[in-house]
Design a protein around this ligand. Sequence first.
Ligand code: ADP
Ligand code: MG
Length: 705
Amino acid sequence: MPPAAHDISLTTPVADLPGIGPARAADFRALGIRCVADLIQHFPHRYERELGEHSVADASTEVSPVHGAAANLAVRGEVLSTRLRPGKRGRFEAQLFDGTGTVLLTWFNSPYLRHKIHPNAQLRAWGKAQRYGDTLQLVNPKWEFVKADEDAHRQGERLRPIYPGSEHLTTALIESTIARTLGPALALLDDHLPAAYRTERKLPTLAEAYRLIHAPNDEDDVAYGRRRLAYDELLLLQLGVMLKRRQRRDQFRALPLNRTKQIDERIRARFPFDLTVSQRVVIEQIVRDLQRDIPMNRLLQGDVGAGKTVVALYAMLMAVASKHQACLMAPTELLAEQHFSTITDMLRDSRVTIELLTGSLPASRRKSIAARLAAGDIDLVIGTHALITDSLSFRSLAVAVIDEQHRFGVHQRAVLRAKSDDPSLAAHTLVMTATPIPRTLSLTIFGDLDVSTIEGLPPGRMPISTRVVGETQTDTVYDYIAKRLRKGEQAYIVVPVIDESDSGLKDVGTHLDRLSKGPFHGLRLDAMHGRLKREEREQVMQRFRKGDIDALIATTVIEVGVDVPNASIMVIEHSDRFGLAQLHQLRGRIGRGKRRSLCVLIGDPTNPDAIARLEAIRSTTDGFKIAEKDFEIRGPGELFGTRQSGLPPFRSAEFPRDAKLLAMARRDAEQWIDASPALDRPDESILRKRLLKAYGRSLGLGDVA
Ligand code: ADP
Ligand code: MG
């Protein structure tokens, strides 16, 4: 026996609801709806304005008799007769009578309706009304059968929820199922926010919010209900993130580092340029963190080329100055090698011992580096994932820097232990990214990180001009670039693949060959891609840096971090295939020296997103603007590793629309945790349960429970 409506609970399976058989239940399951709670969380994706019904007699006086004038109208009645008019337009007509008069319903191109609409059927029809002489007519109206249990005329307008459905499950069916279940279900719903708290923030109860979403009278209802649900999502996430942060603080200590005037001067003397104001500001923020025995957990963002490396080096040298160790982790071997070479240059003739540790080193060498790190004989180690995966132990690791964090994903933000024999001692951690995150997003996903931002670029940068050209102009482009290369400029030419294949995409080998025999004849070319051996890669980069190579034909392996100031030309083949952040990163390889740089994007984009991407990259070089655009084009879920973050997607919150709500939720969460650090008061039990359900696993909040 299916339970009566008042017997349901939030966990009652949909299959047990009255009127839902096994087949229907399977259709609901296919939409991810298993129980009553799932059902009421299946939100409309839009609403349609539904007109109040009129009697035909009233409607006749409202619709002007002037030929062609139209008004919106909804009527309901019984079908008296139907007919399919002969002719190729497939015109189907029905006479609808409501006791006060008759309306003619006319559909064009709809011969199939003769199998659906029969005399005696009860219909509601709505749409544009017209009058021809005495005949009132609805042309191509929307319609539905009137349900048997429905007798009251619908007064006034209402918003009708339109649900995401499936082939088998229409929005009308979902609507009626929800409408029947909503009342009893909401009566069971406890609110995790106290009444005073809600009132102060002008938020409805949870039950009211659901009701407004599913059965609103107008748009304001929807907005009011949605605001509560969006707030809940944001508050729960912020509470989770802050609990996490507090746990980490309780669990770990860090080595406090010392900075004297002398240390500051000695570090700065190592840099071949003066720091910009913005670099100095973020360094001070970092130094304040490093001086405490709480582990730093800071995100350093700054556009491509903003000069993040020296900021990181400053932090690392503070560790070394206090007789501790530091490490720098990069996402590619190429970048690790480059950091190693520039940092080694800056530290020439100092007493700092520095090593490079990557996966392509022979095992014996890795072993010996590991032993020396454990013994404290290496001050500074630069490497790739190998730094984590080799489960190295340090004698005393004070600072860990992770470069180009977006390439790693959030989960790999592992806590690096400072000493192998003291599990409660963590390294101060600085993560860096050149994919600036709109502030809103950085607050949600990286809410447990403090954020420092380097504004602007170091002085003396020349603007980059960016051109988007079609395939047919390729030859002209390369002829022009050849001229500039012959005058001493250097170029990167980026193609999507290493090897020739039947994908029709340009590959490194073939393209290099073609250019050297054609427009780049006589110029010095070389290849760069991820499959080269380390020695080859280092050699090529060294020659390129020295100016012994005019053009580097490369894959996107050069995308992050590569820094050769004399390179002033970037060509990206098949540019419509690359993401916006990637294009911005690639372009960031040029514009670093004293020359005016040129970036040419070759491609013939066909889909609207690709067109939008190329237009965005053409129109600005500001990484923050590009990040906002990316956000617009792809939505927050795709941006900046949110997928890797493992966090559940928002159902109600949406950005940038809810930015203010987020700020409010963040403040509220802070205050809440200050007042009740473990969320363990009895009146917080529902909140805590919901928090753990939503974020317990993804944030690793296990021990709050
Ligand atoms: P990113 O922030 O992209 O990692 P880098 O740290 O690689 O940028 O710096 C980009 C370039 O700018 C490098 O060649 C670096 O030497 C130079 N640079 C950094 N800071 C300054 C500065 N204050 N003045 C002049 N050049 C700088
Ligand atoms: Mg960098």
